[in-house]
Design a protein around this ligand. Structure first.
Ligand code: HEC
Length: 154
């Protein structure tokens, strides 16, 4: 009897190989998460001056997360991405001679809708209204000003 000889039969996938590949992928994913969490700038605890003011503590978290990259940690307009922006410069939030006005409604409007033809984004669809108020309060704090009662929701 003459059986046909196939020199290159299809190899079934070795289950061990599959397990190794899945294992390697899992290790890489976990390592990625660990590296990401270690490299994230860790949130420093709030300074004593605002530690007892929950609105400013919340505003600071939003600010450091969303705004400081342009406006700088202290609002001076010297954040790491401020230089490369097209359009007018970021300006100095710590000097409360704000271009768009210094009433709470002025500041809230800038935050909600952004500033046309500048790098200042609209935040309405990105952060909650609650966060917008908190970060507005923090902007007053950066300028060394009393937080207006409207922003405290009174
Ligand atoms: C991508 C860069 C960028 C980010 C991020 C950013 N801003 Fe701005 N912001 C600007 C620029 C540029 C201006 C100046 C606009 C102009 O000249 O009218 C501005 C203007 C402002 C003003 C108006 C200042 C004035 O003089 O009237 C306020 C208030 C403000 N930003 C707050 C914030 C807050 C709070 C956040 C975070 C939620 C934020 N910005 C995030 C770029 C940014």
């Amino acid at each position: 009897m003459d059986t046909e000889f196939d020199p290159d039969p299809p190899q079934p996938t070795n289950p061990n190989v599959t397990i190794w590949i899945f294992g390697a992928i899992a290790v890489l994913v976990v390592a990625g998460f660990i590296a990401f969490s270690l490299l994230r700038p860790s949130a420093t605890p709030p300074p004593a001056a605002i530690a007892n003011d929950p609105l400013l503590v919340q505003g600071r978290v939003v600010y450091l997360d969303r705004c400081a990259r342009c406006h700088g940690e202290l609002g001076k307009g010297d954040g790491p991405t401020a230089r490369g922006l097209a359009g007018p410069p970021v300006g100095d939030l710590s000097d409360s001679n704000w271009k768009h006005g210094d009433k709470p409604d002025d500041v809230l409007k800038v935050l909600r809708v952004g500033v046309r033809d500048t790098a200042m984004p609209a935040w309405t669809n990105i952060i909650s209204e609650n966060s917008i108020k908190a970060v507005a309060a923090y902007v007053y704090h950066l300028a060394g000003r009393e937080v207006p009662a409207e922003l405290r929701g009174n």
